[in-house]
Write a protein that binds this ligand. Structure first.
Ligand code: PLP
Length: 406
């Protein structure tokens, strides 16, 4: 069998997924239709939230959430510096100002103590966007309590975390997306995520008001339902644009894929968890590699398997390791360059040193390949290659970075 290239993440598409999409193609309904609604119902049922709204991608979902939360100029939104650009950009889209709190170096999620301190000092903070980094749930009970005390909106960025769960202080297990301590939760169905629709995203909420607003914002701010019209005309073609919305719709084709994938989500997550356990078993004996913390009270969706490598004390170069691994068909990734270090955010006043824990993590992070189709032997080969390339790339190697026999 030909050796496949290994990437840090990839989708799992099976024959029934293809069949589900083909069925929609043959049905004649290509845009938003009944399959979107079915996908939304099943997603709400899976997460335990009352409502779900599907949309074109996770970034659009974050934008819709900020808009439905009525955030705008003069408002500050707190999120993690250790996330994808979209978590903070969504605040900018609505004219609000993103700000950050540093991570907890163990959980890699925003530190609730830091959140508490920051919201006390800054009355313009109106919303929190906690990010479930790598799929590991944030401490939503603490975050929810802080938000309730200050009347803040909470939008969970769960783009890494569909399928994750956590157990609350009363012993009840909640799925990420249940919105038990938040106003809305946002998901992405990009191919490397827990399930895919190609591009795609969704929001869940327990608020009827937010749900209806999100539905309308997803489609140009238009309202058609007679009970919600300002001026019911009784005309069959009549609709009203009641807010400035967008075309952020998901199609029936994409939703058919999403529905089919949703039925496999638990299987995908258990396979990811098995691979994570395997990596941890193989790597934990090496002192220069820090494996992800074992979660207490939460089950990760294992979107990423993020290790920390002390490159500085090994005298090794991460760039060399990446290049050597890539040369043998193993593609690693780094998550993430802290947002506040991006040129756009520096121009807004952020600077190196502002969030030292996220910065330190970035210096050391490597995301190892993890996805349901990755086989145990492949994960083993990743570990072996990583250890050999680290030896090759370390300063003690005379031919550092050159054709190492790995
Ligand atoms: C944490 C986080 N938030 C938001 C997004 C945006 O999702 P999408 O790519 O579907 O727009 C991503 C995607 O990578 C993400 O990782």
């Amino acid at each position: 069998m030909e050796k496949r290239a290994i990437s840090y993440g990839r989708q799992t598409i099976e024959a029934d997924d293809i069949e589900a999409v083909t069925k929609v193609l043959a049905s004649g309904m290509l845009t938003q239709g009944p399959v979107v609604e079915e996908f939304e119902r099943k997603l709400a049922a899976y997460t335990g939230a009352k409502y779900a709204v599907a949309c074109s991608n996770g970034t659009a979902a974050l934008h819709l959430a900020c808009k439905a939360a009525m955030l705008g100029p003069g408002d500050k939104v707190l999120t993690s510096p250790l996330t994808f650009l979209a978590s903070a950009n969504a605040a900018l889209y609505v004219g609000a100002r993103p700000d950050f709190v540093d991570i907890d170096s163990d959980t890699l999620n925003i530190d609730p103590l830091e959140v508490e301190k920051k919201v006390k000092d800054s009355p313009s903070i109106k919303a929190l966007i906690p990010v479930h980094f790598a799929g590991a749930p944030c401490d939503m009970e603490k975050i929810g309590r802080i938000a309730r005390e200050r009347g803040l909106i909470v939008i969970e960025d769960a783009c890494h975390a569909l399928g994750a769960s956590w157990t609350d202080s009363r012993g009840e297990t909640k799925k990420v997306g249940s919105c038990s301590n938040s106003d809305m939760t946002v998901f992405s169905f990009h191919p490397v995520k827990s399930i895919t629709t190609g591009e795609g995203g969704a929001l869940t909420t327990n608020s009827r008001k937010l749900y209806e607003h999100l539905l309308s914002l997803r489609s140009h701010g238009v309202v058609k339902h007679s009970a919600r019209l300002f001026k019911p005309e009784g005309l069959p073609w009549y609709y009203e644009m009641q807010d400035l919305g967008f075309n952020y719709r998901l199609t029936d084709m994409q939703s058919a894929l999403g529905l089919s994938q949703l039925g496999k989500l638990d299987r995908f997550i258990s396979r990811r968890a098995e691979l994570a356990a395997l990596y941890t078993r193989l790597l934990s004996k090496y002192q220069f590699i820090k494996t992800p913390a074992v979660s207490t009270g939460g089950e990760s969706a294992w979107h990423l398997y993020a290790v920390r490598i002390d490159f500085a004390s090994l005298g090794a170069s991460r760039k060399d390791v990446f290049e050597l691994m890539s040369a043998i068909g193993i593609n690693l990734q780094v998550h993430y360059i802290p947002l506040h270090l991006q040129p756009y955010y520096r121009a807004l006043g952020f600077k190196p040193g502002d969030f030292p824990k996220a910065e330190r993590f970035y210096e050391e992070e490597v995301s190892l390949p993890i996805y349901p189709l990755l086989e145990d032997e492949e994960a083993g080969a990743v570990v072996e290659a990583l250890l050999s390339t680290l030896a090759c790339a370390s300063a003690s190697q005379p031919k550092r970075g050159q054709a190492c026999a790995i």
